[in-house]
Design a protein around this ligand. Structure first.
Ligand SMILES: *Cc1c(COP(=O)(O)O)cnc(C)c1O
Length: 403
């Protein structure tokens, strides 16, 4: 069979299972009221939780960055691509998150690859929640292929199972001279497709009891949780001892692009030496770093954005419960409405789009089979009237075919 015939067969198969994915073309800036496939819609599916993606002061900082640094970064950080503004951003992120140091990565996906690759070697063990983001799973699989570490997965938020796995893995006391196997527990802090939180305090205690290191991926908590928006570590007061590896992304609540890891000096130096996804890639554009310094400033200073988000979440949950919709156990900006079947999720998403509401249907393999859903996300840029419009569109959907 030719390449094309073979691929076409596979694509047809995806289509028949309602798993075919298509991109919508957005015109103009990323914001709540946007133009999708040429039509104005209200978007409920971006991760721009604080409404910063099109903030004028951040755009201005970006332009200033272009003035000062030009466009391309030219090289990897270790060659000649590490500009002063990258360095300032790292210092600002370390300060914001209360860590000794921070290190920029070009994307969150790469940060996760880099962490496991740099820290884990032959015989070492990575522990992960079954619902972790694909980048965490891929990171462990890549490390297992490159260096022979192992991946053990536990059912979602099942702390008893995690404790059993940790206890059964050996090296349960810090006093062993040779710290083998190394143990790294990795979790989404806010689960990306469900919106619920990991049991971070309990996980931190378990890790300390069993001589394991805890790593949080705070892609959906950074900027949103904590009194100052410093994320899940701030919300649960976890210091660098209790949470040695903190990772978050800069393309969601910060409205920019990229990611960082924060922790001890030794952690950051190890990543710089060993993380292949850090060493072998071009540095983020310096102008992006300049813009992100402004994002952090706004996130710290404008806690009204987090307050407003909380009010919108409460408004949406109350209204959706009154409609009898199947919400998930989430208090965060991620408020999925469970559907189940791929085809039904797709057709509801299309019906909503005809009414000017943009919500992507999330299907396997992003979520487990039989749990296709409408992943509603809220932003501080939404107004009460947007939520009302969403709720009345949801009220018009025929839910009888669901569940
Ligand atoms: C979005 C996301 C990532 C990837 O971050 P990018 O910067 O988009 O590559 C990693 N982890 C989680 C939990 C995410 O939601």
């Amino acid at each position: 069979m030719s390449l094309d015939d073979s691929l076409k067969k596979e694509l047809l198969n995806l289509d028949q299972q309602s798993l075919y994915r298509q991109r919508k073309i957005i015109d103009g800036p990323q914001q709540v009221h946007l133009i999708s496939n040429g039509k104005p819609v209200v978007s409920f599916c971006s991760n721009d939780y604080l409404g910063l993606a099109n903030h004028p002061d951040i755009a201005k900082a970006f332009k200033q960055g272009v003035n000062d640094y030009g466009v391309g970064s030219g090289a990897a950080h270790l060659v000649s691509g590490h500009s002063r503004v990258h360095h300032e951003l790292e210092e600002a992120l370390a300060e914001y998150t209360g860590r000794s140091r921070a290190l920029l990565f070009s994307t969150g996906y790469m940060a996760n690859l880099g962490i496991v690759n740099a820290l884990m070697g032959k015989g070492d063990i990575v522990f992960q929640d079954k619902l972790n983001h694909a980048s965490l799973i891929d990171a462990a699989l890549l490390s297992s292929a490159l260096s022979g570490s192992q991946l053990k997965r536990y059912p979602h938020n099942d702390m008893n199972r995690l404790a059993q796995l940790l206890a059964a893995s050996g090296n349960n006391s810090e006093s062993f001279a040779e710290n083998k196997p190394r143990k790294l527990v990795m979790t989404d802090a806010v689960f990306s497709m469900d919106g619920d939180l990991a049991e971070v305090s309990q996980m931190s205690e378990l890790c300390q009891q069993h001589n394991a290191w805890l790593m949080l991926d705070d892609a959906h908590g950074f900027g949103v949780l904590g009194a100052n928006g410093a994320g899940t570590a701030e919300e649960f007061s976890l210091d660098q001892e209790q949470l040695p590896v903190y990772m978050a992304t800069l393309g969601k609540a910060m409205g920019g692009f990229g990611a960082f890891v924060a922790g001890s000096d030794a952690l950051i130096e190890t990543l710089i030496q060993k993380a292949r996804a850090y060493v072998y890639t071009t540095a983020m554009l310096p102008a992006v770093a300049q813009a992100l310094l402004m994002s952090i400033k706004i996130s710290r200073e404008e806690s009204w954005r987090r307050e407003k988000l909380k009010q919108l979440i409460a408004q949406f949950r109350l209204g959706a419960e009154q409609l009898g919709l199947s919400l998930m156990n989430s208090q965060t900006a991620i408020q999925p409405v469970m559907v189940g079947d791929n085809d039904t999720a797709m057709s509801i998403s299309q019906t909503l789009e005809q009414q000017g509401i943009l919500i992507t249907a999330i299907r396997p393999p992003t979520v487990p089979k039989g749990t296709a859903r409408l992943r509603v996300t809220l932003s501080a840029e939404h107004e009460e009237t947007d939520i009302e419009q969403l709720l009345s569109a949801l009220a018009r959907v025929n839910w009888s075919s669901v569940n």
